[in-house]
Design a protein around this ligand. Structure first.
Ligand SMILES: Cc1cc2nc3c(=O)[nH]c(=O)nc-3n(C[C@H](O)[C@H](O)[C@H](O)COP(=O)(O)OP(=O)(O)OC[C@H]3O[C@@H](n4cnc5c(N)ncnc54)[C@H](O)[C@@H]3O)c2cc1C
Ligand code: FES
Ligand code: FES
Length: 483
């Protein structure tokens, strides 16, 4: 049984397939065509919807791509689509502003833009904020593509909407009564959602429930944000006998940071990129800036750190950072809990040490002292919403002008995210000088033998990594990081 609120109306239906995408359900099951299908791959934003969750602060909304998100995501939550955000007889400010600034031409992308703008409006303008910055607008629209109007009138609309009469979409969602916020509800409703045709989708709310399910179904496919696995369904028509959604378990979605410098930072495997952007802004600013470059706002609202690591893609953006920071992964499951340094986690292309019946619980990171620095660079063809050709992460500990420890880790340079052992050794124990970095850069070709593909040639990848090493030195030197 799935129960959710669609534009202010509660729907409760045992026949809803929890593994159907939200987009497919809306367009084919309820005949609601205001949500468009463009790429069906999370890239274009035409299918953007707002997902509301009851929290202690009221209903909080975020955007997501309906084309790759499953109906199971909606259970006990609020869904808003373009036709549901205005008040009777009045458009939502995002819609009104688009009309007034002529922001729509063919209109295919427009519903998705409207939803991204409405979500920005809801989170920023409802609390009396009058002007949105260009940065806020660009970040909110980074996952919406328009090929005809041009972005200027759309950005004008985003600026204008803050001046228009207020509409609070939470009042629309709450029209038919609200789901009261009960932090304990989660722990006592382990409702199994049956998949169609005898297949199964489970949504455990505690780790005990998850372990019991893994005991019964050790080969079940784990589903967190679904931004990787969702593509298997929409692009390759994959069907899984058993799916276990792990993203409603509070421990896995938690992020905790001790007060003392020596205390580790804990990031649950289901912490989303958006969550991590906020949580890491202060302890790891370079990491937080990198997270801002991952996918789009919609993808960052869905995708998780654990999914990025467990997916074992050689071009995932966060594994090189965790490698450079010498993070530890906590793995749990039917055989008990164990800790694995991230450097020992990857066995080969798309292969990890995790066994059937196990799940990634979270990531432990040491906080950086004044002598320690993390630098990250992402090289991709587009700034927003693009996959890395090279992902570069460098950790340095410098004491009295000497590099005590160095760890370079790269993505896109080998079959797995990989530490450049020789380059790291060539930096360690040496003075922090351009000479040291120039000599270390010569080891990059020994550490990495990348392939050529659509994103970059092997030669380019090697050269750009060498250049990034020099760039890291120049930037640190300018900032006086090694003083
Ligand atoms: C349009 C688009 C843009 C993207 N841009 C980027 C980008 O710029 N950079 C980047 O790095 N990635 C990008 N990605 C890829 C994707 O968003 C990330 O890899 C994301 O971190 C996957 O997390 P998820 O929670 O969505 O994983 P899911 O899709 O839910 O799962 C991915 C894999 O991990 C497994 N898994 C998930 N959670 C666990 C767990 N707790 N324990 C064990 N196994 C688990 C699943 O079984 C599956 O095999 C993009 C994807 C899309 C669709
Ligand atoms: S249809 Fe393109 S992102 Fe969903
Ligand atoms: S108005 Fe045509 S694609 Fe955006």
């Amino acid at each position: 049984m799935i129960r959710f609120n669609l534009n202010g109306r509660w729907i409760e239906n045992a026949d809803i397939d929890p593994a159907c995408t939200i987009l497919k359900y809306l367009r084919t099951e309820v005949g609601q065509f205001d949500v468009k299908e463009g790429c069906a791959a999370g890239d274009c934003g035409a299918c953007t919807v707002m997902l509301g969750e009851m929290t202690e602060h009221g209903i909080e909304y975020r955007t997501l791509n309906a084309c790759i998100a499953l109906m199971a995501n909606l259970h006990n939550r609020y869904l808003l689509t373009p036709s549901g955000i205005g008040k009777p007889g009045a458009l939502h400010p995002a819609q009104q502003a688009m009309v007034e600034t002529h922001g729509s031409q063919c209109g295919f992308c427009t519903p998705g833009f409207i939803m991204s703008m409405a979500n920005l409006y809801q989170n920023a303008c409802i609390n009396e904020k009058q002007a949105l910055t260009d940065q806020e607008i660009h970040a909110a629209l980074s996952g919406n593509l328009c090929r005809c109007t041009g972005y200027r009138p759309i950005i004008d609309a985003a600026k204008k909407m803050a001046e228009l009469p207020k509409v609070d979409v939470a009042e629309i969602s709450a029209r038919a009564g609200v789901q009261t916020f009960d932090p304990d509800t989660a722990t006592n409703s382990p409702e199994p959602l049956q998949y169609k045709d005898g297949r199964r989708l489970f949504m455990p709310y505690t780790e005990e429930q998850l372990k019991a399910l893994l005991k019964a179904y050790p080969h079940a496919r784990l589903w967190a944000g679904g931004t990787d696995i969702g593509l298997e369904v929409t692009q390759r028509f994959a069907q899984f006998d058993t799916i276990i959604c792990v993203n409603r378990i509070p421990e896995l979605a938690a992020c905790t940071r001790g007060q003392d410098m020596g205390d580790p930072l804990w990031l649950g495997a289901c912490v989303t990129f958006s969550q991590a952007e906020t949580e890491l802004a202060e302890p790891f600013p370079s990491f937080a800036q990198l997270l801002h470059r991952i996918g789009s706002r919609q993808i960052r609202n869905m995708g998780t750190l654990g999914g990025n690591i467990a997916n074992a893609s050689p071009i995932g953006d966060t594994p090189p950072v965790f490698l450079a920071l010498a993070a530890t992964l906590e793995i749990d499951g039917i055989n008990g809990r164990r800790e694995v340094p991230v450097k020992d986690f990857y066995l080969g292309y798309k292969q990890t040490v995790m066994q059937p019946g196990e799940y990634l619980r979270g990531i432990k990171l040491s906080q950086l002292s004044a002598e320690e620095t993390l630098i990250t660079y992402k090289i991709s063809k587009r700034y927003d919403d693009d996959i890395s050709a090279v992902m570069f992460a460098l950790y340095l500990k410098i004491t009295d002008g000497v590099i005590e420890t160095a760890r370079l880790a790269c993505g896109g340079m080998a079959a797995t995210p990989l530490i450049g052992e020789k380059t790291s050794a060539a930096l360690s124990g040496k003075p922090f000088t351009l000479d040291t970095f120039t000599q270390a850069a010569e080891c990059i070709g020994e550490d990495y033998q990348p392939i050529s593909d659509v994103r970059a040639s092997d030669t380019y990848r090697i050269q750009v990594t060498k250049n990034l090493l020099t760039k890291a030195f120049i930037e640190m030197n300018q900032k006086g990081d090694a003083a």
